[in-house]
Design a protein around this ligand. Structure first.
Ligand SMILES: NC(=O)c1ccc[n+]([C@@H]2O[C@H](COP(=O)([O-])OP(=O)(O)OC[C@H]3O[C@@H](n4cnc5c(N)ncnc54)[C@H](OP(=O)(O)O)[C@@H]3O)[C@@H](O)[C@H]2O)c1
Length: 305
């Protein structure tokens, strides 16, 4: 799996195909998508264009997608993976993740897609599907050749250990919120011990949540004095410092940008090293601030409690 990929959450639908094409043309080889992002068809058009232009072959790309919460029952997992592959115009995903360890009531894609968090009446409907059922159906996705690897997202240690008790195919990747305000050392250490690769999301911390009005009043990391000082000293941008801090901790990153210049800048973030002192100083910004917490939607979904 490439160390730096391109994140597709909130990549505008009308420009997504072009943005993905440009990302691939600029050198990105990992695309991090999800049914929930509502732009998989457009992302697939960008991939198709890049392949037709001879820039890459399918096997040069590492394409990730995610199983949404309303499809956790065993009869829905592979069916959704097939629908998502059809949206992308692909035969297989390189990685298919359980997006959240939360099962919600099934919504037929012909009724509403992506279904998001709520029923038609705006309420959250939980469904009693345990993770063992979902994980075994994810393993079937591999057996059916729909995904080469499977993994988890937004899971904590106790659930990961539980999945290891029954897994035929152990989770290959865990994708988690990770930035200097949420450094997650114990979880990262557990993944190292178990041999799970970790992908960081929302590497710029509050930045991604400002447009949603959900940054919880947190000060910008991209404009933080410490990050700005290190960026100035290294001749790099603040975004590059934040991404390098994560990759030097052994994590993969999937920054998102709707802007071509910033997208390019984000990819060029591994040609320098931070000193041990700089790494330590950035990690010391930790305040355990979690920005993406389903408990903020409904307290019955407090998966990080
Ligand atoms: N598994 C999960 O539950 C989950 C949850 C969240 C995210 N993710 C994945 O992780 C990816 C990245 O996370 P994210 O989208 O939350 O946030 P992010 O990549 O940390 O930040 C994106 C924000 O930063 C801005 N930005 C990007 N590059 C910049 C730069 N060089 N300088 C200044 N600002 C910059 C973007 O604005 P512009 O677009 O205007 O540049 C956008 O507002 C997502 O796209 C998605 O693929 C997964």
């Amino acid at each position: 799996m490439p160390l730096v990929g391109f994140g597709l959450w909130k990549v505008n639908k009308d420009t997504c195909a072009e943005t993905v094409f440009n990302a691939i043309k600029s050198g990105y080889r990992l695309l991090d998508g999800a049914g929930d992002y509502g732009n998989e068809k457009q992302a697939g058009e960008g991939v198709k264009k890049a392949i037709e232009a001879g820039i890459v072959k399918r096997e040069d790309l590492f394409i990730t997608s995610k199983l949404w919460n309303t499809f956790h029952a065993k009869e829905h997992v592979a069916a959704l993976a097939r629908k998502q592959l059809a949206d992308w115009g692909l035969d297989y995903f390189d990685l298919y993740l359980v997006h959240f360890p939360i099962a919600l009531k099934y919504v037929d894609p012909s009724h509403r897609y992506p279904p998001e968090w709520f029923g038609d009446d705006g309420k959250v409907y939980l469904q009693n599907t345990p993770m063992i059922e979902t994980w075994q159906a994810m393993e079937q996705v591999v057996d059916d050749g729909l995904a080469k690897n499977i993994g988890l997202s937004n899971c904590q240690g106790s659930l990961i250990l539980d999945v290891f008790r029954y897994a035929r195919y152990e989770p290959q990747v865990l994708q988690i919120e990770h930035h200097p305000y949420l450094t997650q050392e114990p979880l990262i250490n557990l993944c190292k011990t178990l041999g799970i690769a970790v992908t960081a999301y929302s590497s710029f911390g509050p930045q991604s949540y400002v447009e949603l009005g959900a940054h919880k009043g947190a000060a910008s990391l991209l404009q933080h004095n410490l990050i700005a000082e290190i960026a100035h000293h290294k001749g790099k941008s603040a975004s590059q410092i934040l991404l390098r801090w994560a990759t030097q901790r052994g994590l993969a990153v999937v920054p998102k940008s709707n802007n071509h210049k910033r997208l390019l800048q984000n990819l060029e973030c591994t040609d320098f090293d931070l000193s041990p002192e700089e790494m330590k100083a950035i990690s010391a910004l930790n305040i355990n601030l979690r920005l993406n917490d389903p408990a903020d939607i409904d307290s019955r979904m407090a998966i990080f409690a």
